[in-house]
Each structure stands twice: as C-alpha cells, then as structure tokens.
Design a protein around this ligand. Structure first.
Ligand SMILES: Cc1cc2nc3c(=O)[nH]c(=O)nc-3n(C[C@H](O)[C@H](O)[C@H](O)COP(=O)(O)OP(=O)(O)OC[C@H]3O[C@@H](n4cnc5c(N)ncnc54)[C@H](O)[C@@H]3O)c2cc1C
Length: 418
C-alpha cells in the first residue's frame, strides 16, 4: 500500500520505519528542513518506561494553582480565557482523581514498556547511533516528604513487577558518584535500572537518513495545508509542493494534529504544554552525571548524551508560544548547578523550548478516527520519546490489517466519545 506519514518528529519517523519494514511504499511530509526539528529536538532524552505516567494526578490541580501564583515557578499557566485551553483543562481536571489516575497510568505503562522493547529491537535491526545510554535512571529526592512519595511509587512498581531499588543517600551517591559534589540535600533515591536515555533528534536524523537509503521518500520543507477527502475517505494531503495521494494517511504532526483534523469534524483534545531545556558540553567527565537523574524536587531531568548533558523541565500552559525567556534559562541552570556544580560548561549552554502535545488523560491517541484511509499517531505528551517506537508499531500493524501486539483499549479516540 502507499502510505503518507504527515510529520517527521520522533513519532512520524518511527512510524515510517515500521511501515517500510512491513513492505509499504512510504512518503513522509515535514515542514522543517529535516527530521526531529520540533518537540523531538531538545527533550530531556529520557527513555523512561518505569515512570511513564499522566500529568493528571491526584493533588495536581492544587499544586499547579499554588505554583502559578509564585514568581518564576516551574509551572505556569495563562489566565487568558482561551476556549481551547479551558476545554482541555476541564477534561484534565476530571482525570485528576485516584481511580482515573490508576487507569491512565496503566494504559501508559502498557505502551511505554512495549515501546522500549520495540526500540531495542529497532537498534538491533538498524545501524543508527543516537547517544543511547542504558545505565538506568535515578529519581532523586531532596526531602523526607519526597522520599515518602518515592516509597509509594516503589510499592506501585513492585505491584507492576518493574525492577527498582530504594536507595539511602550513601547508596544514591554510589550509583551516581557525580552527586557527591551536589549543593542540595540528597535525602534518598529510587533507582530504575531498566530505563535509559538517548538523543531523540539524533535518532530522527539517523533513522530518516537510513530510511531514505531504503526507498522511503522524505519531503522536507513541505507544509501540509489540508487533508484531501471525499465520501468518508481520506485520500492524501494538499501540500506546499502540490497534492500527495495515498491509500492511508497517518497523522503524526504533534501539536498541529488538532488543526489539520478539525475540518473533518474530528476533535483531538491535544494542547501544547511548554517546556525548556539546556544542552551543555561536559568538561570533566567524573563531575558530570553518567546516567539520567530526575530531580523530583524541581521536576528537572538531567541526562548524559555522549559528551553533553541535557537538562529539561518546566510546564507552561500558555498556548503555542515558543519564546525563550532568559529567566527560565537562569532557573534551569541554577537548578542543574545545584546538582552538578562543576564539570559542565554552563556558560555556553544552548537554550531551547518545546511544546509537549498533551492529551488531558495522558495516553496517546492511536489508530482509527472514523474515516477510511486515516490513522492517528498523536498526543504523546511528555513521554513521546519513550512511547514512539511502540505506538509506531501499533499504527503499522493497524495499517497492515494485523492485530497489534498490545491491547489498544483506552488508546484510541473512542475513549473521549463517552
Ligand atoms: C521540555 C521537554 C522535555 C521532554 N522530555 C521527554 C523525555 O525525557 N522523555 C520522553 O519520552 N519525552 C519527553 N518529552 C516529550 C517528547 O519530546 C514529545 O512527546 C515528542 O517529541 C513528540 O513527538 P511528535 O513526533 O509527536 O511531535 P514533533 O516532534 O513535534 O513532530 C511533529 C512534526 O510534524 C511537523 N508538522 C507539524 N505541522 C506540519 C505541517 N502543517 N506540515 C508539515 N509538517 C508539519 C513538525 O514540523 C514536526 O516535525 C519532552 C518534551 C519537552 C517539551
């Protein structure tokens, strides 16, 4: 079959891989000059199935409100009454109770662990390199209260059979010796040895280049204007380079997916959640982290990507604004410096902002959308790098008329119909 993938972020590029592997003729349309240039460009790099979970959690609305009142808090939202945001926030609020949290968390865990297994397989099947590091992730706690929450998380991990270890401060420093230089308190940690990290932009670039040698066509610098459709069937897309037709069109456009689907009457509850990252060179290896460290106090994740570190965090519900605010860069650097004061070239750190394509409940939206010839692979939120390969494989299975290897209950658009 001829299949058009719209968007070459980590989700679209991975989708092109599985579709091509399944023998389809694949074309990818991307408005940027290369793959992985938007949200997939500067994320924290965490491949973290062990703690993949929704942003909608018990206690979050109060926490978000409290933080929004503080100046330069890591969480911020606009009070401007934008209808799109209000509708999304209302749905998000409904997902914040304990029962909904459990359902959503389990759905995301199902995708994330499957996805990690798919990524490992993809790595064995292709020659691509992307600063992959399988050293696990350390969730760091600075206070006793955070340690208590860590213990609750550990119980949940035990219930799900996910490898983990609760560490006292001494053991935490043994796992990540660079923390010995920290200026903040290390009260304890949770080690997730099965998690990993890698550069998703490098992944996209390398995979896209490899796919091009295998016959997949990437139309870069080509904007999708609208979908082509008639009589209940999507037949392709009108682009800045002219029409492209296909048997199946896959929507992997991150935050732009709702706008492209709206003329078809498809409402995708995806809203951008802005975050920031810095990337800095490592100057003294033993002073910089060797593994990914998730600082639960600031909610900033620091990953080692080869001879660089990437630190990312913050959450702003302010629309499509991608402006870079110096105060946010300062806050991020201050936070990371507290953890790793030396061995990193903070002076020349590059600064980036991206928009997580968030669903209100957390899981992505995969598969059918009520139109023949159309499949969704959207709404990957704050876990898109972790979930990309698994969701791509599910979508390729659906396109090929096969039953996906994981249950897609709760992962399709249907869940919002009720
Ligand atoms: C600060 C931050 C930290 C994060 N950390 C992590 C992490 O540690 N681990 C993790 O798993 N996830 C993380 N994420 C989330 C992850 O980055 C996203 O979920 C993921 O990148 C989404 O991928 P995507 O392909 O859906 O979207 P994108 O990467 O945005 O790709 C969509 C593509 O569609 C293209 N497009 C859109 N409109 C059009 C059009 N009209 N015509 C043509 N092309 C179009 C865009 O140019 C873009 O390339 C983080 C995100 C942020 C912002």
């Amino acid at each position: 079959m001829k299949i058009l993938v719209l968007g070459a972020g980590v989700v679209g590029t991975a989708t092109a891989y599985y579709l091509s592997r399944d023998g389809h003729e694949v074309e990818v349309v991307e408005r940027r000059p290369g793959a992985g240039m938007e949200t997939s460009f500067g994320n924290a790099g965490g491949l973290c199935p062990s703690f993949a979970g929704p942003w909608a959690a018990p206690g979050m609305p109060a926490k978000v409100l409290k933080m929004a009142m503080q100046s330069n808090a890591p969480v911020r939202f606009s009070f401007w009454p934008e209808l799109r945001r209000l509708g999304w926030a209302r749905k998000w609020f409904r997902e914040c109770d304990a029962a909904r949290f459990r359902v959503n968390k389990l759905r995301m865990q199902r995708v994330a662990h499957y996805s990690y297994a798919c990524l490992r397989e993809l790595m064995a099947e292709t020659p691509i390199a992307f600063d992959f590091h399988a050293g696990g992730v350390l969730q760091l706690f600075q206070t006793d209260a955070e340690c208590k929450l860590g213990n609750i998380a550990a119980n949940a991990l035990a219930e799900l059979g996910i490898p983990h270890k609760v560490l006292d401060p001494e053991a935490a420093l043994a796992v990540e010796p660079a923390l010995k230089h920290a200026r903040v308190a290390v009260a304890g940690a949770l080690h997730l040895p099965a998690d990993a990290s890698g550069d998703s932009h490098a992944f996209c670039q390398a995979l896209a280049a490899w796919l091009q040698t295998r016959g997949v066509r990437f139309h870069y610098a080509t904007k999708v204007d609208h979908l082509l459709y008639s009589q209940g069937r999507v037949t392709g897309a009108e682009t800045s380079s002219g029409p492209l037709t296909a048997d199946i069109t896959v929507i992997a456009m991150g935050n732009q997916a709702p706008a492209i689907l709206a003329p078809l009457g498809i409402r995708l509850p995806v809203y951008p959640l802005k975050g920031y990252s810095i990337t800095a060179a490592v100057t003294q290896g033993e002073q910089a982290p060797n593994m990914s460290v998730m600082d639960e106090h600031s909610k900033v994740m620091v990953s080692r990507l080869g001879n660089r570190i990437r630190a990312a965090g913050m959450a702003e519900l302010i629309g499509d604004d991608l402006s870079l605010k110096a105060a946010r860069k300062d806050l991020l650097i201050r936070t990371v410096r507290g953890l790793f004061p030396a061995g990193i070239d903070y002076e020349h750190a590059s600064f980036w902002a991206g928009l997580r394509p968030m669903t209100p409940d957390g899981p992505p939206i995969l598969g059918p959308a009520g139109w023949d010839g159309l499949l969704l692979n959207s709404g990957h939120g704050s876990n898109g790098w972790t979930q990309a390969c698994g969701t791509a494989r599910v979508v390729s299975d659906l396109a090929s008329g096969r039953k996906p290897e994981i249950d897609i209950e709760g992962l399709t658009l249907e869940r919002y119909a009720a």
